[in-house]
Design a protein around this ligand. Structure first.
Ligand code: PLP
Length: 446
């Protein structure tokens, strides 16, 4: 081992990331890599954006920390006002924390508190979806349906969570079933789960509008979230949308739910909020939830030492200003369309590429042994890691995910370049990715 730092993988010493500029990272192997996935769909502005660095430095010189039990701070207040300036979907307030997992925890507790304040303490159940990921802390992991991440910690701490099917048309829509019928089947399954739990015991339903790491950029079919919203409303449960990965512009609109025609009661955000310049996440909260707490106990019964951290808030504020002032959502839409088009041209007919899917600058390819049967590769082959290694050798970083998540879907790899990516860079990313995929597949043991 190179040092005493505990890495994710205790048997490997990854290269050191030394510096970054724009969409590039330079590392200790002497390589300059295109950050084709912005880490895990984090670095939305790329690296070293001068405006964000200047904002962080200015805040550091003024004040690095003050506890929220006594103080608020300017950048956090300005960030909340900017993110919620038009009260999108009736969301009126921002609570800030330091990660996506903390955001999920805050969302779950706020949903519970909302019902408590309204005299419904029995609403303790949370319905989530299989093959989902909402974070690694034990509460967020209990919500997550990601079997691979849950299994080592079974029995999971809470029995408040149950799971229904995700909207995953590529695998789950039957051949003889229309899209409308498939959506109706999923809605009936959710309704049945409410009935099984007792509708008045359910606090909230939580889902990712575009499923990120676990399934690989899977969008819902039209009408799905509308049906979900109606079921939640009918039973008085809150809708929590986890936009940690797909939010803050990643899919071409500021919020992924805008493209579904529904708004959540609570929305979790993180990666694109601070773009990786600081660890920062948060929840956007609907007016009626805020009102219930304000008119009830008056305080959210939750908090962390580093919530609304001044430097993290200053970084996030600058990131959000840049996204708006440089009109980057338009670039996400244009470059995202190009990325999807080029990926499909390059790999769409490959016999081991089962599906290419995504929205905005958030795309994934799912690999299968056979396109007709959609049979996944043997997880032991670690195909996604092979693609990652081949891509790295060609100067491209991408985000791989294994086929062992529930033993059913194939391996997939995500591309999620920064919002500043150019046309020429998109072409290079697809060239390198296409070569990497072909080489990884050709190199599999036979
Ligand atoms: N929710 C979603 C949808 C995510 O993709 C992630 C992380 O990948 C999380 C929650 C957890 O965020 P974090 O890793 O910042 O704790």
């Amino acid at each position: 081992m190179r040092s005493r730092l505990l890495q994710r993988n205790l048997r490997s010493d990854p290269p050191l990331a030394l510096s970054g500029e724009g969409i590039f990272i330079r590392d200790s192997n002497g390589k300059t890599i295109i950050d084709g996935s912005g880490g895990a769909a984090v670095a939305c502005l790329g690296h070293g954006h001068p405006r964000v660095l200047a904002a962080m430095r200015a805040q550091e010189e003024k004040l690095c920390y003050a506890h929220t039990a006594l103080y608020s701070c300017e950048p956090a207040e300005q960030l909340a006002d900017l993110v919620l300036q038009d009260e999108p979907g009736g969301l009126t307030h921002l609570y800030l924390c330091s990660s996506g997992s903390e955001g999920t925890e805050a969302a779950l507790k706020m949903a519970r508190q909302y019902h408590l304040e309204r005299g419904e303490p029995q609403r303790t159940k949370i319905i989530a979806r299989r093959q989902s990921y909402h974070g690694n802390t034990l509460g967020a992991l209990a919500a997550s349906g990601n079997a691979m991440r849950r299994a080592p910690y079974a029995p999971i701490l809470s029995d408040a969570f149950s799971h229904v099917s995700p909207c995953y048309a590529y695998r789950d829509r039957r051949d003889d079933e229309s899209e409308t019928d498939y959506v109706a089947r999923l809605a009936a399954e959710l309704e049945a789960e409410f009935q099984r739990l007792g509708p008045r015991n359910v606090a909230a339903f939580i889902a990712e509008p575009v499923v990120g790491a676990t399934l690989g950029c899977v969008t819902a079919l039209p009408g799905y979230f509308d049906a979900v919203r109606k079921i939640c409303d009918r039973h008085g449960a809150l809708l929590i949308l986890d936009e940690v990965m797909c939010g803050i512009g990643r899919t071409g609109t500021m919020h992924a739910w805008e493209q579904e025609g529904v708004a959540p009661d609570i929305q979790v955000v993180a990666k694109g909020l601070g773009g990786g310049y600081q660890p920062v996440g948060g929840i956007l909260i609907g007016g009626r939830v805020v009102a219930a707490i304000r008119d009830g106990s008056g305080a959210f019964m939750h908090g962390h030492t580093y919530q609304a951290h001044p430097v993290a808030a200053a970084a996030a504020l600058a990131v959000q200003q840049v996204i708006r002032e440089e009109n980057l959502l338009e670039n996400v839409q244009r470059m995202g369309a190009l990325l999807g088009e080029r990926l499909t041209e390059r790999l769409g007919n490959h016999r081991h590429v089962g599906d290419i899917r995504g929205r905005g600058l958030f795309w994934a390819a799912e690999f299968v042994t056979d396109r007709a049967t959609k049979q996944p590769f043997d997880p032991a082959l670690q195909l996604h890691e092979r693609v990652k290694a081949e891509a790295y050798a060609r100067g491209l970083a991408c985000y791989p995910m294994g086929g062992t998540i529930d033993g059913r879907q194939g391996n997939h790899v995500i591309l999620a370049p920064p919002y500043i990516v150019t046309r020429e860079q998109v072409e290079t990313i697809v060239d390198r990715f296409g070569d990497a995929v072909e080489s990884a597949l050709a190199g599999l043991p036979r």
